[in-house]
Design a binder for this molecule. Structure first.
Ligand SMILES: CC(C)(COP(=O)(O)OP(=O)(O)OC[C@H]1O[C@@H](n2cnc3c(N)ncnc32)[C@H](O)[C@@H]1OP(=O)(O)O)[C@@H](O)C(=O)NCCC(=O)NCCS
Length: 200
């Protein structure tokens, strides 16, 4: 897949400018979304394992962090403690317009005892902002169909996009188009990096 990639599809310069993305999650504590740092790696793994109850998603993150410099990894931090994590890695759509590169949101995890307090929403919104900043034309997500539409995601089939894996419910495979003109006429199968297949 690496040989198919077009490095000029969009600006990959790693400029995540979300370090000041903050919100009062409670009366006293401030939660900040910032790019992952090397010291966060063990906590990020632990949060993914705890949230998913299995190691597969954490393993995908560890593999892609090493293999894919274009990946974006953000963490939610409160009082120096990491509570949540979101990860984006390149996704490729092969169509009559050549190969269009965007990003896949996966995985995302919030510490179980801190779920349903808005932390996931902060991570998704900061991630979308970071992807816009990079001029990423689209974000794909395979996930809860009742969660992601609140951020603007719609079933990817509405844009002629399909999932590489069989048996995925139509409503669970979603896309957020960030650049309509770049995506005009683009349709086909969206493919994640091979690390996803290898870890599952
Ligand atoms: C999904 C997840 C990241 C959301 O983070 P969060 O901080 O709980 O999300 P928010 O507080 O911003 O939003 C809460 C909303 O998320 C939705 N939600 C949370 N967990 C959900 C789940 N397991 N299934 C479906 N929807 C869920 C609900 O709509 C909830 O709203 P409600 O409390 O009014 O019912 C978190 O629940 C998690 O880590 N889950 C386990 C791992 C996972 O499923 N990751 C996502 C894979 S697509």
């Amino acid at each position: 897949m690496g040989s198919e990639r077009n490095p000029h599809v969009y600006d990959r310069t790693p400029k995540v400018t979300v370090s000041n993305f903050q919100r009062d999650a409670s009366e006293s504590n401030m939660i900040t979304i910032r790019p992952e740092q090397p010291d966060d790696i063990a906590d990020v793994r632990a949060i993914n394992e705890a949230a998913f109850g299995e190691p597969a998603e954490a393993t995908i993150v560890d593999s892609l962090r090493n293999a894919c410099p274009d990946a974006v990894s953000l963490v939610a931090v409160e009082d120096g403690k990491i509570l949540g994590h979101i990860f984006f890695s390149p996704v490729f759509i092969s169509s009559g317009h050549g190969i269009k590169e965007g990003m896949g949101l996966a995985p995302m995890a919030v510490l179980p005892k801190r779920q349903r307090q808005g932390i996931g929403s902060m991570l998704v919104q900061a991630g979308i902002d970071a992807m816009r900043e990079r001029n990423c034309p689209f974000i794909i997500v395979l996930g809860h169909p009742e969660y992601y539409p609140r951020f603007g995601f719609v079933p990817a089939s509405q844009h002629g996009l399909s999932c590489q894996w069989n048996g995925v419910p139509d409503e669970a495979f979603m896309v957020l188009i960030l650049d309509d003109s770049a995506m005009a006429g683009v349709s086909g199968t969206a493919r994640y990096r091979d690390e996803f297949d290898q870890a599952m």
